[in-house]
Ligand binder design. Structure first.
Ligand SMILES: CCCCCCCC(=O)SCCNC(=O)CCNC(=O)[C@H](O)C(C)(C)COP(=O)(O)OP(=O)(O)OC[C@H]1O[C@@H](n2cnc3c(N)ncnc32)[C@H](O)[C@@H]1OP(=O)(O)O
Ligand SMILES: Cc1cc2nc3c(=O)[nH]c(=O)nc-3n(C[C@H](O)[C@H](O)[C@H](O)COP(=O)(O)OP(=O)(O)OC[C@H]3O[C@@H](n4cnc5c(N)ncnc54)[C@H](O)[C@@H]3O)c2cc1C
Length: 664
């Protein structure tokens, strides 16, 4: 039945102002309005249809993506959209494309690592898409170990050029998105060689294809690396391979903000730290944290709406069966994910602020907060993408069998999302960076330089090593100070324990390698503390709207107490809480689930996702799931004919043969 809201009864239970929650979720009224307008623009334009893409073969899929990306660019220009609107529009098109890398990495790399003159030359071309760029760092043999990259950039003082070369098979660039078939240019990372001496990894702008006929330039071999995980999914992207055979580029195409190479082949270090060569990765990791809340909230929105529609068991006197959302097990799997989506939203907002702050400081030659920014972006990227990838898969299971259908939207969402655990830094490798930062902080305690920012709790190390949890009844776990102290004590004690074990090794690097699994656990504890504390900070803000703050308090409780429950081994082993207090936390958590239950549908409505963006029959706004599933089945090309292709060739002979066997 068209127009009937099958979730209307659920929506009537809502105890808060959903429209105001939409503003909180978006970050501001302005952002909400822009998002809402762009989402509807995309949803109402048939060119952006996406329900057929899982059926397309790779070549058609890729061409379809080119068509959509080009059309999006046309609309952006016709409508004279601002940068903010354009970026929202692209995100609602919801299809990985070369444009992600052009806008998301190529442009930021030039902005962050190029000199003023280089920016002036290259950015206008990139902004008008007169050149299309990618970020070519990873190689066949090395991704995580950036210092191990093999591509060389050798300065030739005779011609004032760099010679870019791939000396081995393993030095082939491998993975860069947009490289395989589209990019005309790349920021290529290579070892700088001056007069036979190595000077580390630097970025170079290299033209790859002709701007006339798109053919690779002389000395360049370039291609797509082949199909990736899942149908549709990330196969819309042309991840590429690239080899250089002594390709010459002018000297001024080395990105020279961090180091300059002079006409006579000398290197000059500017006063910015060398690590700024890694700056684009810091920027992108920060955007990935913001995107995690989007991906997780999409999965949760689908699973929550469907859990309210789906009924199993429990019918009495012929009445309806129980909505699966009313099972406590379903709630204990679903509601922590719902709370995590909100938590990641707020920590993403904060991280964006931190990144803006560090960028402004860098411009004023203040590099003091760079290590913290690196640790936070690396750690939170790792934490949020891991939870989100697992959360999408859990959402699929929460939808039972129908979650496995492509039309649920969940398999494709998972396949597109899961490489986020690997790209922009493997999640374990990134957590080890956080661990290094923690060990350095612990070793410097007492040096007179108090730790600041997210690590400032370490400044109270003596108190945190000794304090004991004061919780006496379940309700005490609603006290933010009790929760915060528990997370601080756990993180501090795990770091100190690692540092003590490390100090027993005569070779610190050997010790670090031996203890790396424990170190990752300490880093995770630190990152979870950041997310919890940023959620509490959000609650200190003035949040208008009837019942909105109350709901966020409940979600904050769910987020922190479900972590406490899940990691209670850590909290118990570090002796901050007793088994009784752990059990009280779990009692309180169950009570919070009951408070989420009547508001669950409204809490996912607050994401304001269009049915187009969700791309899921199970998650559609009106909850009219079954007729839509039934209709969708008939649209499958396999159902175009009653008798399948292949019947005469395979099924019929098989059946005949069985007949003969039966007669024997
Ligand atoms: C648009 C979105 C789509 C996304 C598509 C995906 C695109 C991509 O995947 S692009 C490729 C991304 N590749 C990666 O992320 C590679 C991951 N590897 C790395 O980042 C590094 O090589 C890393 C950090 C693991 C190790 O680097 P290495 O130089 O060996 O570092 P290490 O010796 O540990 O550290 C040197 C110092 O630099 C610091 N440092 C390392 N990275 C950074 C950074 N990014 N910023 C600031 N400081 C940094 C360390 O903290 C350390 O500081 P200190 O000496 O004070 O302790
Ligand atoms: C979809 C996708 C898109 C990508 N896009 C781009 C792009 O646009 N541009 C680009 O340059 N690159 C891109 N990449 C490459 C990506 O950045 C790398 O794959 C990533 O950084 C991981 O590096 P790796 O593949 O070398 O993993 P490896 O380092 O080989 O990891 C393999 C395993 O070893 C472990 N490991 C490695 N080192 C350590 C260590 N020191 N201690 C403990 N464990 C360790 C890891 O945890 C992992 O389990 C993309 C990758 C994917 C999947």
């Amino acid at each position: 039945m068209e127009g009937v809201d099958y979730l209307a009864d659920e929506r009537k239970k809502t105890e808060f102002d959903v429209e105001e929650m939409k503003i909180v979720w978006a970050g501001s009224r302005h952002t909400f309005e822009v998002s809402d307008r762009m989402a509807k623009l995309v949803a109402n334009d048939p060119v952006f249809r996406k329900d057929d893409r899982v059926m397309l073969a790779r070549k058609d899929l890729f061409k379809n993506t080119l068509r959509k990306a080009t059309y999006a660019w046309k609309r952006i220009n016709e409508l004279r959209l601002s940068e903010e609107e354009a970026s929202k529009l692209r995100s609602f098109v919801d299809e990985p494309a070369f444009t992600d890398l052009h806008w998301g990495m190529f442009v930021p790399a030039i902005k962050g690592q190029g000199t003023d003159e280089q920016q002036k030359k290259w950015l206008p071309l990139a902004y008008k898409m007169q050149i299309i760029g990618c970020y070519a760092q990873t190689e066949l043999g090395h991704g995580s170990n950036v210092q191990g990259l093999e591509t060389t950039a050798t300065f030739d003082p005779q011609t004032d050029e760099f010679v870019i070369h791939s000396p081995t098979l393993t030095s082939s660039k491998w993975w860069p998105g947009g490289l395989g078939k589209v990019s005309t240019h790349g920021v290529v990372y290579a070892r700088l060689i001056l007069d036979g001496q190595e000077h580390g990894i630097h970025g170079f702008i290299v033209q790859l294809r002709s701007l006339e006929d798109h053919r690779p330039l002389p000395g360049i071999t370039v291609a797509d690396i082949g199909m990736k995980f899942g149908s549709g999914a990330y196969n819309t992207m042309d991840n590429g391979l690239l080899r250089f055979d002594h390709v010459r580029i002018p000297r001024d195409q080395m990105l020279m903000r961090v180091s300059q190479v002079t006409r006579d082949g000398k290197i000059v270090q500017s006063d910015v730290p060398r690590q700024l060569v890694y700056g684009t990765m810091v920027y992108v990791r920060q955007t990935i944290v913001q995107d995690a809340s989007i991906a997780l909230s999409r999965a949760v929105c689908i699973a929550t709406r469907y859990s309210a529609v789906r009924r199993q068991f429990g019918s009495s006197n012929g009445g309806p069966e129980t909505q699966v959302i009313d099972y406590k097990t379903q709630q204990s799997r679903l509601f922590p994910l719902l709370a995590s989506a909100y938590a990641f939203r707020f920590v993403g907002e904060w991280l964006k602020w931190l990144y803006t702050d560090v960028t402004q400081r860098l411009q004023a030659n203040d590099f003091s907060t760079l290590p913290e920014a690196h640790a936070c972006t690396a750690g939170l990227k790792s934490l949020t993408t891991s939870v989100t990838a697992d959360g999408i898969e859990e959402s699929r299971k929460l939808c039972g069998g129908h979650g496995y259908l492509a039309s649920s939207g969940l398999p494709e969402l998972f396949a597109v999302y899961v490489p986020a655990c690997t790209y922009e830094g493997d999640n374990t490798v990134l957590m080890l960076q956080v661990a290094r930062f923690l060990m350095k902080t612990v070793s410097q305690l007492g040096s007179g330089k108090p730790p600041v920012g997210t690590i400032s709790y370490m400044g109270r190390i003596e108190q945190l090593m000794q304090c004991r949890c004061a919780v006496k009844k379940a309700g005490d776990w609603l006290n933010p100070n009790a929760v915060l102290e528990a997370f601080e004590a756990r993180a501090a004690r795990m770091s100190v324990s690692c540092a003590q074990k490390l100090s027993k090794f005569s070779n610190p690097e050997e010790g670090f390698a031996e203890l790396s699994a424990d170190l990752v656990e300490a880093a995770v504890a630190h990152c979870q503390l950041i997310v919890v504390s940023k959620f509490f900070e959000k609650l200190q803000q003035d949040i208008p709207g009837k019942g909105v703050k109350r709901q966020l308090e409940v979600l904050c409780g769910v987020y922190s107490l479900h972590l406490l429950h899940k990691h209670q081994g850590d909290f118990l082993a570090t002796s901050y809480i007793t088994p009784k207090q752990a059990s009280l936390a779990n009692d309180q958590l169950r009570e919070l689930y009951s408070q989420v239950r009547p508001n669950a549908i409204a809490l996912v409505d607050a994401f304001n996702y269009t049915d187009h963006y969700l791309g899921s029959i199970l998650g559609c706004y009106d909850g009219n799931v079954y007729p839509k599933l039934y209709e969708a089945a008939w649209r499958d090309p396999l159902n175009d004919s009653v008798i399948p292709d292949g019947y005469e060739q395979y099924i019929r002979p098989l059946l005949k043969q069985q007949l003969r066997v039966a007669k024997l």
